[in-house]
Design a binder for this molecule. Sequence first.
Ligand SMILES: N[C@@H](CCC(=O)N[C@@H](CS)C(=O)NCC(=O)O)C(=O)O
Length: 122
Amino acid sequence: MILKIIRQLLGRLIVFLNFACPPRRKKRSQAEQEKVNKDTQKLALYQFYLCPFCIRVRRMMTRLNLAIECRDVKSNEKHHADLIAGGGKRKVPCLRIEDNGKVTWLYESVAINNYLTERFGS
Ligand SMILES: N[C@@H](CCC(=O)N[C@@H](CS)C(=O)NCC(=O)O)C(=O)O
């Protein structure tokens, strides 16, 4: 119970710090950004709003200027069920990647950030 409260408070503090110190957004030409926006429609981040590891990924999304849909697993039962059915476990963050009809579920914030940086960072 106490641990849960501490986790909640810490999560809120990190959300606030993230809000107060947002990363600088990557700038692209309009054509490049449109292409990136199209590509990111095939991605979805399964997450909790207050999870520090999810905030780490959301910051990277802001830094790389990526409009990836965030699907909250705590407040939405369908997203929760989809994560478990597709990814295999209730752990966030998890990035759902659709590529030519094939779906991959990528866990671990560092692995997700590496993937996003490699794909959209240049
Ligand atoms: N090493 C992982 C840690 C992820 C993690 O611990 N996520 C927690 C939320 S902060 C989680 O999914 N816990 C499962 C649960 O609460 O059911 C990462 O960097 O992504």
